[in-house]
Design a protein around this ligand. Structure first.
Ligand code: ATP
Ligand code: MG
Length: 390
């Protein structure tokens, strides 16, 4: 039997609806572990996972990528709540890691107030067990190299190495959005960040074959699979924008073309959101990163939908985005050299302070509505499981 103790973060700050956040988290964990079966129970601010399976690598991949988990630890359970049983369990726990020349302390949580030993007494017992076995170990309450955790509940839980979780809120507790995913560095990070706030997401990629190659599309599929564990699985919609880009390239004003394309993307995302019952759009824009991301440009593109557009990267600088992309494993794919989308036009002097009314008129004169509708209607849909890359 493998057992894990799971620490909750922000969920434990929730008031009356904490139970529903917890229930969602338990569901998300179980769903991601399938076909492996596990029992997950909640007990006073913690979850306890037990499973007959001992595929620890898989269990820990699930726990480290599921939002709502602050930390987790494989733990030892001492069912018999006596001093002798406790001493035996602690001895077993410290057997495989040497405490020689190591500073340590014991941290005790005594949830079962009827347990006859006090927290202090339990800590002293643990200290004694360690010092008996490893004479050169030293207790340090301030800055120990190692901590043995002991939690007295309906049973006693003992663990000594806990790992960090991804924190955030369980996916599915903050509604659903359509996230615009390009092949770049930014948008996988923005999708990740909104999922961390509990949002369920479907992804939307605009392809312009043959101007953008199948390699570019493969790249986006790989990115989607890489973030899928965090998103609890997802759906990738691929919409062909070839006709639309040709239309803009032919009839648009040179320095407005990029913004025309941006506006069309938001219109298409808005349409898809309605079809898929999503209630917001997510993009990887950061303020003033490029000409189409100035305040004025964002104000113009935002006017093509009346649902929320979330831009979680808006206040980040590039290096912070890159660091996060490296951490979630998308960076190496993102920097592969296959151009996405805007290859048909990159004006030398794009508008940075566009006049909204003038641009709106330009957009209307291009008569793109029907092309956008058809492109969305004829999209390709790829279902991606949470563990697609395992
Ligand atoms: P990224 O690294 O995400 O590509 P970027 O700095 O290249 O970002 P832009 O190309 O201006 O920025 O795109 C801004 C945002 O618009 C992207 O983060 C993404 O959300 C969306 N976007 C851009 N191109 C596409 C595309 N081909 N398909 C889907 N969404 C796109
Ligand atoms: Mg891009």
């Amino acid at each position: 039997m493998t057992k894990y103790l799971i620490k909750l973060g922000e969920i434990s700050l929730k008031g009356l609806n904490r139970k529903s956040f917890q229930a969602r988290l338990i569901n998300n964990i179980k769903e991601k572990l399938l076909p492996l079966r596990a029992d997950v129970k909640s007990q006073k601010g913690r979850l306890f996972l037990s499973t007959e399976d001992d595929d620890k690598q898989r269990i820990e991949k699930v726990l480290s990528t599921t939002f709502g988990i602050d930390g987790y630890a494989e733990c030892r359970i001492c069912k018999e709540k006596t001093e002798e049983a406790l001493i035996n369990a602690i001895s077993e726990e410290i057997q495989n890691t040497s405490y020689d020349n190591t500073t340590f302390k014991a941290e005790v949580r005594r949830e079962d107030k009827s347990f006859p030993l006090s927290s202090y007494q339990i800590a002293c017992i643990a200290g004694g067990v360690v010092l008996d076995k490893y004479q050169s170990a030293k207790v340090s309450l301030r800055d120990p190299q190692r901590i043995i955790y002991i939690e007295v509940r309906s049973e006693i839980y003992i663990y000594s190495s806990s790992k960090k979780g991804s924190r955030g809120l369980p996916v599915g507790t903050s509604g659903k959005g359509i996230s615009l995913l390009s092949g770049g560095i930014d948008s996988p990070v923005s999708s990740y960040l909104m999922a961390r706030r509990g949002m369920k997401e479907e992804l939307l990629y605009f392809h312009a074959y043959p101007y953008t190659t199948d390699k570019a599309k493969e790249k986006v599929i790989t990115l989607a699979k890489t973030i899928a564990p965090y998103l609890q699985g997802t759906v990738l919609h691929i919409v062909s924008f070839t006709d639309l880009e040709i239309q803009i390239a032919k009839n648009g004003y040179e320095n407005e073309k990029t913004l025309m394309l941006r506006a069309a993307m938001i219109k298409a995302a808005d349409l898809l959101a309605r079809k898929r019952r999503a209630t917001c759009i997510i993009t990887g824009e950061a303020l003033s990163q490029v000409a189409s991301q100035t305040q004025e440009a964002i104000n113009f593109t935002s006017s093509f939908t009346d649902i929320n557009i979330f831009r979680p990267l808006i206040g980040l600088e590039k290096q912070e985005i890159i660091d996060r992309a490296k951490q979630i494993g998308t960076y190496e794919t993102s920097i592969l050299p296959f151009a996405d989308c805007c290859v048909l036009f990159s004006p030398k002097h794009p508008k940075t302070k566009p006049n909204r009314d003038k641009l709106t008129k330009s957009f209307e004169s291009l008569e793109l509505d029907k092309i956008i509708e058809e492109a969305v209607e004829n999209r390709e849909t790829i279902y991606i499981k949470a563990n697609e890359l395992d």
